[in-house]
Design a protein around this ligand. Structure first.
Ligand code: XMP
Length: 430
C-alpha cells in the first residue's frame, strides 16, 4: 500500500516544513522537493495527487528568480502556486493556506485520500524493510536516544533476530540509562543486543584532556572504533540501520534550507566496512517519530526524552573529566530530572540538565571548612536550538532541588542557576 502524495516544490519559501506539516496533519502524506526536480522523478514518487509551488512573492533561490520545468505542469495532477502573481498555474493561494482552503485543494481538487497515519506507515515500512533486507542481517548502533530506539523497535518488528543491536556504554550516560536500554530491548522486546561496557576505555582516553573540542573528538572517534570492532566480529552483515529523520534530509536536500549540522550517527566507519543503509524514519518529522515509537509500544519516557548530546555527560563535566565530578553530574542530573517530573516541568521545559565546573569553592559542613565543587542547573526553552531562553523556574522548586543536591551528592557544597540565554551563551557549556 502506498499513501497518496502531495509534493511541495521549494521555490525559495522558508515555510516549506510548516506547510508539509499542515498537510500531514490533515492525513495526507506530503514531501518537500527542490524546484528543479525532474518531472519523471516526481512521477516516480508514486501516488502523486497534487503539486504545490511554494516560493512567496518573488520565487528567489540563491539570488536568482526560479521557475519549475514546463513538464511539471503536464503531469496530470493539479498544480497550485502560493502567492506568486506571475505563476503559470490557473489557481493560487494568496498566502500559506488556512485549513479550509487546504482541505478544498487536497480533497476536492486533488481527490487525495486521508490515508497517512502511523498504523499505515508502520505497515508500509515493515513491508519495505523486508523487501530491502530479505534474509540478510542489519547492524544498528542503539544509543537509547529517541531516533535509534524507534528504528530498533521498527526493525525488530520487521526482521526480528536478523537485527543485531550494539549498545556502547561510553561511561558518560545518565543514571540508569544503559540499564534501561538493556531492560527494554533485551528483556522486553527480545532484541539481539550486544552490550559493550567501554566506560574504562573512554575514561582512560579522556584522562587529563581539558579542551572541549578535543574531548568531543576523542569520544566520537572512540565510539566509531568500538562500534567497528564489534561490527568486524560479526560475520555476514550487509545492512546498517540509521535513525535519519526527515529534517536531516530536507536540511541538506532542498535548495534554500541551510545545512545546519551533519547528522551521521555512525558516520566515519572505515571504507572497507561496506553497508547498505536502512533508514525507515527518513520520512518523519521528530514528533511523528515519537508517535511512531508510541505506536510500536516503546515506553513513554524513552520516546519523550529531552535531547541529549552524543558526548553525553562528558560535555557537562567541564574541563578534564574526573570520576568524582562525573559522578556529581550524574547524580545531580538524576535529582533535577526527578524533581522536574514531580512538578510537571519535564513536560514544559525543552531541555534541563546540570553541569559541574572544574574548580572548587570554600564552604562549611558539620562545622568544618570544606573545599568542594559546585553544581550549575540549566533549564531552557527553544524551538530549534538555535536560540534559547531561560525557564523561570519557581523559587520553591529550585530550593527543593538545591536542598536535595547538597544533601545527596558527594563533593558538592554550592548550587547555582544559569540565567544566560542563547546567544550569547550556548545551551551546553562545552
Ligand atoms: P548548543 O550547546 O550548541 O546545543 O547550544 C544545541 C543543542 O544541541 C545539543 N548538542 C548535541 N547533540 N550531539 C548531539 O546529538 C552533540 O554532539 C551535541 N552537542 C550539543 C544540545 O544538547 C542542545 O540541545
Amino acid at each position: 500500500m502506498k499513501q497518496d502524495l502531495i509534493a511541495i516544490l521549494d521555490l525559495g519559501s522558508t515555510e516549506n516544513t510548516v506547510l508539509a506539516r499542515q498537510i500531514r496533519d490533515l492525513g495526507v502524506y506530503s514531501e518537500i522537493h527542490p524546484h528543479d526536480i525532474a518531472a519523471e522523478e516526481l512521477k516516480a514518487l508514486g501516488n502523486l495527487k497534487g503539486i504545490i509551488l511554494n516560493g512567496g512573492k518573488n520565487r528567489v533561490v540563491d539570488g536568482k528568480e526560479v521557475e519549475v520545468g514546463a513538464a511539471v505542469y503536464e503531469l496530470g495532477c493539479p498544480v497550485i502556486s502560493i502567492d506568486y502573481p506571475q505563476s503559470k498555474c490557473e489557481t493560487r493561494f494568496d498566502e500559506l493556506p488556512g485549513q479550509e482552503a487546504l482541505k478544498k485543494f487536497l480533497f476536492e481538487d486533488c481527490q487525495a485520500e486521508a490515508n497517512w497515519n502511523m498504523k499505515n506507515f508502520i505497515t508500509d515500512q515493515i513491508e519495505l524493510i523486508r523487501q530491502q533486507v530479505g534474509d540478510k542481517k542489519v547492524l544498528l548502533a542503539l544509543s537509547g536516544g529517541v531516533d535509534s530506539s524507534v528504528v530498533a523497535a521498527m526493525l525488530i518488528k520487521a526482521i526480528g533476530q536478523q537485527l543485531v543491536c550494539v549498545h556502547v556504554n561510553h561511561g558518560l550516560m545518565r543514571k540508569n540509562e544503559s540499564e534501561s536500554v538493556v531492560k527494554v530491548f533485551r528483556d522486553q522486546l527480545h532484541a539481539n543486543l550486544i552490550y559493550v561496557d567501554a566506560s574504562e576505555r573512554f575514561l582512560g582516553k579522556l584522562e587529563n584532556v581539558a579542551d572541549p573540542e578535543q574531548k568531543r573528538k576523542i569520544i566520537g572517534g572512540e565510539f566509531i572504533r568500538v562500534f567497528e570492532e564489534e561490527a568486524r566480529k560479526l560475520a555476514g552483515i550487509d545492512f546498517l540501520g540509521q535513525g535519519t529523520i526527515y529534517p536531516d534530509i530536507i536540511e541538506s536536500g532542498t535548495k534554500t534550507a541551510k545545512m545546519v549540522k551533519s547528522h551521521h550517527n555512525v558516520g566515519g566507519l572505515p571504507e572497507d566496512l561496506k553497508f547498505e543503509l536502512v533508514e525507515p524514519l527518513k520520512q518523519l518529522f521528530k514528533d511523528e517519530v515519537r508517535a511512531c515509537g508510541v505506536e510500536l509500544g516503546l515506553p513513554h519516557d524513552m520516546v519523550y526524552r529531552q535531547p541529549f548530546p552524543g558526548p553525553g555527560l562528558g560535555v557537562r563535566c567541564l574541563g578534564a573529566i574526573t570520576r568524582d565530578r562525573l559522578e556529581a553530574v550524574r547524580e545531580s542530573d538524576a535529582i533535577l530530572r526527578e524533581e522536574f517530573a514531580r512538578v510537571g516541568l519535564d513536560k514544559k521545559v525543552w531541555q534541563y540538565f546540570t553541569v559541574v565546573p572544574d574548580f572548587k569553592s570554600v564552604g562549611m559542613k558539620n562545622n568544618a571548612r570544606v573545599f568542594e565543587y559546585m553544581v550549575i542547573i540549566r533549564a531552557i526553552n527553544t524551538v530549534d536550538a538555535m536560540t534559547a531562553s531561560v525557564e523561570k523556574v519557581d523559587w520553591d522548586v529550585l530550593e527543593r532541588i538545591t536542598g536535595r543536591i547538597l544533601a545527596e551528592v558527594e563533593n558538592v557544597n554550592r548550587v547555582c542557576y544559569d540565567m544566560s540565554p542563547k546567544p550569547p551563551a550556548t545551551i551546553e557549556f562545552e
